[in-house]
Design a protein around this ligand. Structure first.
Ligand code: CTP
Length: 469
């Protein structure tokens, strides 16, 4: 029995026939509660305005399907509640359904005058495909009339756990270059939905086989076939896919990996950060192809400065894909810092350097450490020893626990003395003040001092040393 409550939206039913369509009907057949309500009707603009007026709700025009108007009504009291009204394509609901993307999205249900659900209209046998969990394009025109649908097919397979049927898959492969005609915003929206899935790497591999990755993310092309040194058993691209998979493996089991800190790490990776970290994992070595060189003496392949070069490349990618500034900065930082945890874990690096890094990175240190874990788990060449991998993973777990047990509070605590305190001790303003403050901050971070008076004592000592220099 299909049921959905539409009463809240309509005080008076608008004139003309309204149909429930798209994801809403699909979700009803799947027994999951629809995220939003998709309606189709004639004269959508007029009807959308009149519903928005009656409900005192906000109305925005959407670019869902490029050629056809669609209006979104947002309940101001509950912004999660959305109603999308699209203009009917063609003369009848049958024509409209025939122009939709996939059979599972091309079922309509009449809405009666009392808001209850009426006749089911399913000329393309979408209900059967939902039962069989199959993604099938509606017609041989479906993909080229809106090439974004090639990516949407992968997205629906990923999010619904459906299979794409062979003819559709074959056509997707043939027509994949057309995806370049889709706007960056629409591409990114679909990619983010795929990245949010637990096993997104599987679908990135599928997109790669279909030729979609080369077109949407051409930065991957030079990574393919780019040879690596003895730490690695795969080329840069295959290694990167494995890092993405291992990052996903860690993120799918946060309490298994980080114990009591698991829930804090989950909060840290909230919003889009988890998806973006997968993307950073896939492109953490994007700077390798252009920095690849040969160390003549040892005959080893080197990639000096690849993290810095890669940070620039991923930043440009984010700009091209019209990602938010926040997303762009996060990706840039992850790529730039992906090697740092490896240095910090080594014996050569002291506690003060580690605290300086945490102070610079703050909560972004956690995803950077997870990325370094995934990187090490995926470096399985003859020169990369199992003991090194085990040591790094256990260092990473420990340091993340320590971060939430004390480091985070310590770096967030303001410095114990100010520049004015130092002037009060007779210092002259100038660069010396900055050096003394850095020394005090460092001692405070590693726990050598914890009170104002201890900080003043240390300041006096450091000022003395400075004057002797
Ligand atoms: N649609 C289409 N072609 C597109 C986009 C959308 O034919 N490129 C149609 C489909 O019938 C789809 C409906 O418009 O089901 C609504 O689109 P959208 O909200 O983007 O997707 P949903 O299927 O509703 O999926 P979800 O809400 O789960 O993202």
């Amino acid at each position: 029995m299909l049921e959905i409550s539409l009463n809240g939206w309509f005080e008076d039913m608008p004139p003309g026939q309204l149909y429930l369509v798209g994801g809403t009907v699909r979700d009803l057949f799947l027994n999951s509660s629809p995220k939003d309500i998709d309606l189709v009707c004639k004269d959508a603009k007029h009807i959308a305005h009149s519903i928005a007026r009656q409900k005192n709700a906000a109305l925005v025009a959407l670019e869902k399907k490029p050629e056809e108007p669609c209006y979104r009504i947002v309940d101001i009291k509950n912004r999660e509640k959305l109603l999308d009204i699209a203009e009917m394509r063609g003369e009848s609901i049958y024509e409209d359904l025939g122009r939709r993307d996939f059979t599972v999205n091309a079922i309509a249900i009449e809405i009666r005058n009392d808001c209850s659900l009426g006749r089911i209209i399913d000329p393309l046998k979408g209900e059967k495909d939902i039962k069989d969990r199959i993604i099938r394009r509606v017609s041989d025109k479906s993909l080229e009339s809106d090439p974004l649908r090639i990516l949407r097919a992968v997205r629906f397979a990923a999010t619904l756990d459906f299979e794409i049927e062979p003819v559709t898959l074959e056509e997707m492969k043939m027509k994949s270059p057309l995806i370049r005609n889709a706007s960056s915003e629409r591409l990114m929206a679909e990619l983010m939905l795929i990245l949010r899935c637990r096993e997104a790497t599987v679908f990135f591999r599928q997109m790669d086989e279909l030729g979609l990755i080369d077109t949407i993310l051409p930065e991957s092309i030079p990574m393919k076939g780019c040879r690596q040194n003895g730490y690695h058993h795969k080329d840069v691209w295959e290694h990167s896919l494995l890092v993405m998979e291992n990052a996903e493996h860690i993120m799918n089991d946060l309490s298994g990996f980080f114990g009591e800190a698991g829930s804090e790490v989950a909060l840290n990776l909230g919003s889009d950060r988890l998806s973006l970290l997968k993307m950073a994992a896939l492109f953490h070595d994007v700077g390798k192809p252009i920095t690849s060189g040969l160390n003549d003496k040892a005959g080893r392949i080197t990639f000096y400065g690849h993290e810095k070069a890669g940070a620039g490349i991923i930043e440009d990618m984010a700009v091209r894909l019209k990602m938010s500034c926040q997303a762009r900065d996060f990706l840039r930082l992850m790529v730039a810092e992906h090697l740092r945890p490896l240095f910090l874990a080594s014996h050569k690096s002291g506690a003060a350097a580690r605290m300086r890094w945490f102070r610079k990175m703050k909560d972004d240190a956690i995803p950077a450490i997870i990325l370094s874990m995934a990187d090490i788990m995926s470096s399985l060449g003859p020169d990369s020893g199992e003991d090194f991998r085990v040591r790094h993973i256990s260092w990473a777990r420990e340091i993340i626990l320590e971060y939430y047990r004390g480091i985070k509070t310590r770096i967030e605590t303001p410095i114990l003395v100010s520049g004015n305190d130092l002037l009060g001790l007779g210092m002259e303003s100038g660069p010396g003040i900055g050096r003394i403050l850095a020394g005090i901050r460092s001692a405070q971070d590693v726990g050598d001092i914890s009170t104002h008076s201890e900080a003043i004592e240390l300041a006096k000592k450091l000022i003395g040393e400075l004057t002797e220099e």
